[in-house]
Design a protein around this ligand. Structure first.
Ligand code: 5GP
Ligand code: MN
Ligand code: MN
Length: 325
């Protein structure tokens, strides 16, 4: 049962002394929030811990307490290995990225995640697809342990909930999510500020990137699939950061009548990161899985070898097939 899994996770934390906490490559709000919440809990339990990610913490998430202690693996690799690893918000082992190189050979991994496509790659696996975000599972874990988050931990939990539910709007916004949000607000979280800072505010480079993306938005003949692309040098040309791509795919999906929205991001090495969003009819996780990716029914992604033109042809065709089935 779920509470037995939470108990296992707590035991894993109690039994160890020194932990490595990691989330997925190109971390989003839930990934960074989950990382710092686990860090906060381990600190509370009197444990030693190291927080790490393959890349940089998006600058807009720097307001989260402990986010400045997350090691950027691409810039500085720890000169030691770790035996007890906690992976959060990672659907499969590959999502951990290069950080996996600093796991000891006999490492034990606790896998805490909410993706239905999670393949249970840990020794212990707390996989709860009913959760809207990994932070939801972590809040359940704190409650299970009888620990009340302080304002900083509550802020991180709220941030993960807010971002993974698209501002409490997606279909994963359950009564349980709202009940948690209510409790977090009571603990002092400034919900209005976080929503304004993360969801409303736009930087000028972000707006320029949006203008460029919208100028390339096209649709299938029946207008049920919409897609757009961003080329590798567009970020440099607009001054935008990779995180500024978040939300762009929704402009394709949000058009009336569109069932599948797709964003193609060309990477520097020529590979293409694909983001898919479904209005409900198509299971985009299944489409993503056919390209070795994964995710949720309404939000999924994969990485394709490219080149961009080829990726667009193949993925749009797969979406078309899924739609007509
Ligand atoms: P996004 O399009 O925002 O990058 O990702 C949407 C959802 O799909 C997220 O839940 C994310 O975890 C999942 N996802 C995105 N890219 C990949 C991928 O390459 N592999 C897997 N397994 N899941 C992905
Ligand atoms: Mn995530
Ligand atoms: Mn998540």
């Amino acid at each position: 049962s779920y509470s037995a899994l939470l108990e296992q996770a707590l035991t894993f934390m109690h039994e160890g002394d020194d932990f490595l906490v990691v989330s997925h490559v190109q971390p989003d709000g839930d990934a960074i929030s989950s990382t710092v919440v686990v860090g906060w809990l381990l600190h509370k339990l009197g444990k030693r811990f190291t927080l790490i990610n393959e890349g940089e913490v998006p600058s807009r998430l720097h307001f989260l307490t402990l986010s400045d202690t997350i090691i950027n693996y691409s810039k500085s690799q720890p000169n030691r290995t770790f035996n007890r690893v906690i992976a959060v918000d990672c659907a499969d082992f590959r999502r951990i990225g290069e950080v996996a190189s600093c796991f000891s050979e006999d490492h034990q991994l606790l896998n805490i995640d909410h993706h239905p496509t999670n393949d249970a790659f840990g020794v212990h696996n707390v996989i709860h697809p009913e959760a809207a975000a990994t932070v939801e599972i972590l809040f359940d874990l704190l409650r299970h342990a009888g620990i009340t988050p302080d304002e900083s931990a509550a802020t991180a939990i709220y941030t993960g909930l807010l971002t993974d539910t698209g501002g409490f709007r997606y279909s994963n916004t359950t009564p349980h999510v709202m009940e948690m949000a209510s409790q977090l607000l009571q603990l002092g979280v400034n919900g209005h500020w976080i929503a304004d800072y993360l969801l409303e505010r736009m930087t000028m480079p972000q707006l320029k990137l949006l203008q460029l993306g919208l100028s390339r938005l096209v649709f299938s003949e029946d207008n049920r699939i919409g897609w757009l692309y961003i080329e590798a040098n567009d970020l440099a040309n607009t001054g935008a950061a990779p995180e500024d791509l978040e939300g762009l795919v929704n402009y394709a999906r949000n058009v009336d009548g569109v069932e599948v929205g797709i964003l193609f991001k060309e990477l520097k090495d020529g590979q293409v990161k694909v983001s898919m969003r479904s209005a409900g009819v198509v299971d985009v996780a299944a489409v993503a899985q056919s390209f070795s990716g994964g995710g949720h029914v309404r939000a999924a992604g994969c990485k394709h070898e490219g080149p961009l033109e080829q990726t667009m042809l193949q993925v749009v065709e797969a979406a078309r097939k899924a739609l007509n089935n």
